[in-house]
Design a protein around this ligand. Structure first.
Ligand SMILES: NC(=O)c1ccc[n+]([C@@H]2O[C@H](COP(=O)([O-])OP(=O)(O)OC[C@H]3O[C@@H](n4cnc5c(N)ncnc54)[C@H](O)[C@@H]3O)[C@@H](O)[C@H]2O)c1
Length: 350
């Protein structure tokens, strides 16, 4: 990485935006991990956090309490457009509510930002995804989406095993998510992104039935992700162009849990934060994980900086994150039409 330093701003100062965790409380697999965007910029060697923005001014006092000792000179804004105009930012983190990413990303891309780190889900409509992608492409701005599991050792290990032929060609993926926050947009985005990560193809059509109580839920009407009441679970089916089929089993009414089963012609992988390979007549083994991976938000920001400096593909680009939104919105359309097949991509207006 070159000697350049990056001027950074963060919009959205709740936990994932600005938490300051004790050294070991954010650990994954015994590796201390800064658990927020601000903590990551404070820890990385090439980034200077110069400005933060939130609509709620009370969060500025909390920010100063948490970070005043190490980041005493950070400017605060309630209007991200003013921040973009005044701060000459290189990188912007968008850590606002699930349905409040789009305008910020579009305006930042048009204002000449060099790279954007945007929280998941990319957006809550396909039209919003398209607006974000168009603005970033028109301005040549890399945008990386924080589908955190893409930087987990288990996900890398499982994909390597698949590419090395450990289970033969992938045929089916069964994805489970349960518990009170099994909300399709808020957390199902991680589940479906995992499905797309392993399917390595374009979703072609879907059908679904949403959970009880969401029979008339046909477009997003959540509050940005805080309340489960406005964001359904559901059971769905995704057919990918390469023949992979995924069964998605996400419901608030089922026991908590989150895992993927990837079933190939010759074996199966069970993936969450470990990977179990099962082949043949009941044989199964726990696979070793890569021991020295940078993980979590710091990995995602480091990779964004690498792509700003050198070009190349992101591990979690907006084009991948849009697949997830298309699948979820496709589920809602299927519900609206009586649980029938819905072809993707969806036309404008969705
Ligand atoms: N990657 C992960 O594992 C992970 C974990 C938690 C949350 N998230 C994501 O982080 C994001 C934030 O989640 P949250 O629950 O804290 O959201 P939230 O609804 O509480 O909003 C976060 C903050 O954004 C501010 N905000 C909203 N619109 C704004 C605007 N136009 N300008 C300035 N500030 C604005 C709000 O005032 C709020 O303080 C969501 O997209 C969520 O899905 C990701």
């Amino acid at each position: 990485m070159a000697d350049k330093r990056y001027r950074v701003g963060v919009v959205g100062l709740t936990g994932i935006g600005a938490n300051r965790l004790e050294a070991d409380s954010g650990s994954v697999l015994n590796t201390p991990m800064p658990g927020s965007h601000v903590a990551s910029y404070a820890a990385l060697p090439h980034t200077d956090l110069v400005a933060v923005c939130d609509l709620k001014t009370e969060l500025f006092d909390q920010f100063k309490e948490r970070w005043g000792d190490v980041l005493p000179d950070v400017q605060t804004y309630t209007d991200y457009r003013e921040m973009l105009k005044k701060e000459n930012l290189d990188i912007l983190s968008v850590v606002t509510s699930d349905n409040r990413h789009t305008d910020i990303v579009v305006d930042a891309a048009n204002a000449g930002i060099k790279g954007i780190a945007c929280e998941k889900p990319l957006a809550t409509t396909v039209d919003d995804c398209n607006r974000m992608i168009a603005a970033c492409e028109a301005n040549g701005v890399p945008i990386s989406i924080d589908h955190t599991r893409r930087w987990w050792p288990a996900y890398h290990r499982a994909r390597r095993a698949i590419r090395e032929g450990a289970i033969g060609g992938v045929r089916r993926i069964v994805a489970h998510m349960g518990g009170p926050r099994a909300m399709l947009f808020r957390n199902g985005t991680h589940l479906l992104d995992g499905v797309c990560f392993f399917a390595e193809s374009e979703p072609e059509w879907v059908f679904a039935e949403l959970d009880e109580g969401f029979e008339d839920y046909f477009s997003y009407r959540g509050d940005g992700g805080r309340s489960p009441a406005g964001d359904p679970g559901g059971s769905g089916y995704v057919h990918f162009k390469n023949g992979v089929r995924a069964l998605v089993n996400a419901s608030k009414g089922q026991a908590s849990g989150f895992c993927l089963e990837i079933i190939g012609e010759e074996g199966r992988l069970d993936v969450e934060n470990t990977v179990t390979l099962s082949t043949g007549a009941g044989r199964s083994e726990l696979l070793d994980l890569p021991p020295h991976m940078v993980i979590g938000i710091p990995a995602y920001i480091e990779e964004l900086i690498h792509v700003i400096e050198n070009g190349g593909e992101l591990l979690s680009p907006a084009s991948e994150a849009k697949k997830v939104v298309e699948i979820i919105v496709g589920f809602l359309k299927s519900q609206e039409r009586g649980n029938v097949r819905v072809d993707l991509p969806l036309p404008p207006g969705n």
